[in-house]
Design a protein around this ligand. Structure first.
Ligand code: LMR
Length: 328
């Protein structure tokens, strides 16, 4: 124990000496949501821990709310090395050529967070992260957000209630198929543009966990929110592989520790943050929140079930089967 403490002390001292001798290593962490969300808070937590553990040898600059890059640009910026950390939604990796993450978008594939964690903390999750390496990207962690609700400007009680509506989605082929299955018209759009698109009627509705709905004020421009919990939205924390591998190993070790702890933090607060956001949406009185009856929810499950089969050729029947197996 004493030797370990001594070694850690020496590493810290080494890092401090490096910090004093040179400019800090700057890590730009760009994301698209508000600071007051599970991802926004976890990014701040990572900054706090990374700077503390490296004794200032690393400086983390967090850019929230798409202030640095929007959805598509941030992926390109990471590959070019203009930013070092991102946490895009798992629904946004298709355009990069990594389709496996779209399995997370399959309607009703997870029956709650416990089910989801079996995948994100197990071999299937690790396999998915490893698919990023061919793109020059290293996957560091999965961060939770939550389960999505549909919203629109008319009541949503049955799958038919979304028929003919223009629905904003993230850039995922599974989400596109999900909307087509409901006979609505999917429109891929950057997150930063959703509020205005809803306000001006460019789209009629959307889907998101409540923390995103509330912090982007979408509930102020959507009269109806229905607790369908039809799909999951979460994140892969990613870095530029060349950058990460090129870090001094003592620094990288401390950053890995900061990442493990901020991941635990993210995945502890996610549900609570979404529950709080839903309570705030309700309290605002600006939108009607509808809780489906079990029979109504079953109707959504049935209507969306064909999406799994139809997406086998895109994301792989084996992968879908291994998720079914892991979640029991
Ligand atoms: C969305 O575009 O709706 C979400 O992916 C935003 C986010 O990062 O949670």
């Amino acid at each position: 124990m004493k030797i370990r403490a001594l070694l850690l002390g020496l590493i810290a001292a080494g890092i401090t000496a490096t910090a004093a001798a040179a400019d800090p290593i700057v890590i730009k962490f760009s994301h698209v949501v508000a600071t007051d969300t599970p991802k926004g808070k976890a990014a701040e937590k990572f900054k706090e821990l990374a700077e503390k553990y490296t004794s200032g040898a690393v400086k983390v600059e967090v850019y929230a709310n798409s202030t640095l890059y929007k959805d598509k640009e941030e992926m390109e910026a990471l590959q070019l090395g203009a930013v070092q950390l991102l946490a895009p939604s798992l629904a946004k990796f298709g355009p990069l050529g990594v389709r496996e993450f779209e399995a997370f978008d399959l309607p009703y594939i997870f029956d709650g967070y416990a089910d989801l964690h079996k995948v994100t903390t197990g071999p299937v999750g690790q396999m998915m992260l490893s698919k990023l390496e061919a793109k020059g990207i290293k996957g560091l962690a999965f961060w939770d957000n939550g389960f999505k609700s549909f919203s629109a400007n008319s009541p949503i009680k049955t799958p038919d209630d979304l028929k003919g509506k223009k629905m904003r989605i993230q850039s995922s082929k599974v989400l596109e198929e999900q909307m087509r299955e409901l006979k609505s018209l999917p429109q891929v759009m950057a997150f930063s543009e959703v509020y205005q698109a809803l306000q001006t009627g460019v789209v009629d509705g959307t889907e998101n966990p409540h923390s995103n709905l509330y912090t982007q004020k979408m509930h102020e421009v959507q009269k109806n929110v229905t607790l369908t919990e039809h799909g999951y939205l979460g994140y892969a924390v990613i870095t530029n592989k060349k950058f990460w591998d090129g870090l001094p190993s003592a620094v990288r070790t401390e950053l890995e520790k900061a990442m493990v702890e901020s991941t635990e933090y993210a995945n502890t607060i996610a549900k609570e943050e979404n529950d709080k956001a839903l309570a705030a949406v309700r309290a605002s009185g600006k939108t009607e929140v509808y809780q489906l009856t079990p029979a109504e929810k079953l109707a959504f499950k049935k209507a969306l079930a064909p999406v799994h089969k139809k997406m086998e050729s895109r994301i792989g029947a084996d992968l879908i089967q291994s998720i079914y197996k892991e979640t029991g």
